[in-house]
Design a protein around this ligand. Structure first.
Ligand code: RFL
Ligand code: PHB
Length: 399
C-alpha cells in the first residue's frame, strides 16, 4: 500500500479545492489534492461566470490573477426585463463603486490547474472509493484507489482534511448524522444553458428576464463567447432542445430590442441544471472541514455559488495559516459559524431572486402579476434597487 504524508489533504479539484491548495502552498503549507474525475473532465464542465470583487482579489492573492485581469469583463450594471421592457440597475453607482466581473469558472479552474502543475504540486486524479479515517483524532487520513492504474489502495496521512468535493461528494457524510443538520429547498424547474461562439447580446450588462414563458438570462464569457439560459421543466431532456428551439424561446422571453439584436449560432455546450437551495451545518467536525458546494448549494440566480466557495476558502486558509504559524486555533474553531453567517445571507438572496424571476407551476397568473408588481416597485424604488445591487456585488466580509 502506498502511503503519502502531507499537512492538509484536499478532496476535490474544483475551484474550492484548487484555490485552497494554492493559498496554503503560498503560505508554506504542504497539501495533496485528490479528484474523482480526470483533469480534462474537470475542465470540460461549464458552470459559473460572475465573480464578486472578493473572489477576484483572492485569485490575485493566490498568484493567478493575470487571467481575470486580461480576460475578465467588468460590469457596472445588471438589467431586469419584465413585461417586455428592460430596466437597468446601476450596481456600481448604487454601491459606491463596486463591480462584478464576468470570468468563467472553467477559466478560473484552468488558471489554478496550470499554476499547480507548473509548481509541481501533488494532485491525484481519477480516484475512487474515497474514505476518511480518524477525523476525531490528531492523525486523520484519507484512503482511495486510482481507477486507471491498479486496485492498490493508497493513503494520505495528514493533520487536516478539507472536503471540497461538491454536493455529490463523500466528505459531508463523515460528519455524524447526530450532529449534521440539513436545510433544503428544491425548485420545480431547471435551467437549460447554452454556450455559443457569438458576441454577447448585451456586452455591458448581465440580463435577467421575467416573462410569462419563464425566466431567461443573458451572460457571457468573452466578447465573442456568450452564455445564455432559459428556465425549463426538469422533465425535459437536452435532446428536446434543438439549437433553433433554444434561440427562438430565448428571444421570446426578452424585450423586442434585445431579441432583434441577438446573434445566434451553433451551440458548443448545452446542459440542464437543477435548482436547489441547501445548507449543511456545521462545516467542521474534528479535523475535517467542508468548503464550497460540499456543504451549501444556491440556485444560480444571483451568481453566488462560486463566490461563496471562494469566501469559505478565504476563511479556511486563514484559519489553517494562523494555526500553523502560532498554534492559534481560534480561526479553526470559528470557521463554521463565520462562514454560515455569510452563506445564509447569500441563500436568502438567491432564493428571493429565484422566486421573483421564475414561473412557478402552482401560482399561475396571480403569481406572475405579483412578481411584476414587485419588479416595478424594485426598479422605481432606489432603496430596493440598492438592496439588490449590494447583494449582487457581494455583501462586505464580516457584514
Ligand atoms: P465543484 O465545482 O462541484 O467541485 C467539486 C470537485 O470534487 C470532485 N469530487 C471528488 N473528488 C474526490 N473524491 C470524491 N469522492 C469526489 N466527489 C466529487 C468533483 O469531481 C469536483 O471536481 O465544487 P466547488 O469547488 O465547491 O465549487 C462550487 C462551484 O462549482 C459552484 O458553486 C458554482 O458553479 C455555482 N454556479 C455559479 N456560481 C457563481 O458564483 N456564479 C455563477 O455565475 C454561477 N453560475 C453555477 C452557475 C452553477 C451552475 N450549475 C451547473 C449548478 C451556473 C450553473 C448552471
Ligand atoms: C453565467 O454567466 O453562467 C451566469 C451568470 C449569472 C448567473 C448565473 C450564471 O446568475
Amino acid at each position: 500500500m502506498t502511503t503519502h504524508k502531507t499537512q492538509v489533504a484536499i478532496v476535490g479539484a474544483g475551484p474550492a479545492g484548487l484555490l485552497l491548495g494554492s493559498l496554503l502552498h503560498r503560505a508554506g503549507i504542504d497539501n495533496i489534492i485528490i479528484e474523482r474525475q480526470s483533469p480534462e473532465y474537470v475542465l470540460s464542465r461549464i458552470r459559473a461566470g460572475i465573480l464578486e470583487q472578493v473572489s477576484v482579489d483572492l485569485l490575485h492573492e493566490a498568484g493567478v490573477g493575470q487571467g481575470v485581469s486580461a480576460g475578465g469583463i467588468v460590469h457596472h450594471s445588471i438589467d431586469l426585463v419584465f413585461q417586455n421592457t428592460r430596466h437597468p440597475i446601476e450596481v456600481t453607482q448604487l454601491t459606491g463603486g463596486k463591480v462584478v466581473t464576468a470570468y468563467g469558472q472553467t477559466e478560473v479552474t484552468r488558471d489554478l490547474m496550470e499554476q499547480r502543475s507548473k509548481l509541481d504540486l501533488p494532485s491525484i486524479y481519477n480516484v475512487q472509493d474515497v474514505d476518511m479515517h480518524g477525523i476525531d483524532s490528531a492523525h486523520p487520513s484519507v484512503s482511495f484507489r486510482v481507477s486507471d492504474t491498479s486496485s492498490e489502495r493508497q493513503t494520505i496521512e495528514c493533520d487536516f482534511i478539507a472536503g471540497c468535493d461538491g454536493f455529490h461528494g463523500v466528505a459531508r457524510q463523515h460528519i455524524p448524522k447526530s450532529i449534521l443538520r440539513e436545510f433544503e429547498r428544491v425548485y420545480p424547474f431547471g435551467w437549460l444553458g447554452v454556450l455559443a461562439d457569438v458576441p454577447p447580446v448585451s456586452p455591458h450588462a448581465i440580463v435577467y428576464a421575467n416573462s410569462e414563458r419563464g425566466f431567461a438570462l443573458c451572460s457571457m464569457r468573452s466578447m465573442t463567447r456568450s452564455r445564455y439560459y432559459v428556465q425549463c421543466p426538469m422533465t425535459d431532456q437536452v435532446s428536446d432542445w434543438s439549437d433553433e428551439r433554444f434561440w427562438d424561446e430565448l428571444k421570446l422571453r426578452l424585450d423586442p430590442e434585445l431579441a432583434e439584436q441577438m446573434v445566434t449560432g451553433p451551440s458548443i455546450e448545452k446542459s440542464i441544471a437543477p435548482l436547489r437551495s441547501y445548507v449543511a451545518e456545521p462545516m467542521r467536525h474534528g479535523r475535517l472541514f467542508l468548503a464550497g458546494d460540499a456543504c451549501h448549494i444556491v440556485p444560480p440566480t444571483g451568481a453566488k455559488g462560486l463566490n461563496l466557495a471562494a469566501t469559505d476558502v478565504k476563511y479556511l486558509s486563514q484559519a489553517l495559516i494562523d494555526y500553523y504559524r502560532t498554534q492559534d486555533s481560534h480561526g479553526i474553531d470559528d470557521y463554521s459559524a463565520k462562514c454560515l453567517k455569510r452563506i445564509w445571507k447569500a441563500e436568502r438572496f438567491s432564493w428571493w431572486l429565484t422566486s421573483l424571476m421564475h414561473r412557478f407551476p402552482d401560482t399561475e397568473g396571480f403569481g406572475q402579476k405579483i412578481q411584476e408588481a414587485e419588479l416595478e416597485y424594485l426598479v422605481k424604488s432606489e432603496s430596493l434597487s440598492r438592496s439588490l445591487a449590494e447583494n449582487y456585488v457581494g455583501l462586505p466580509l464580516d457584514f
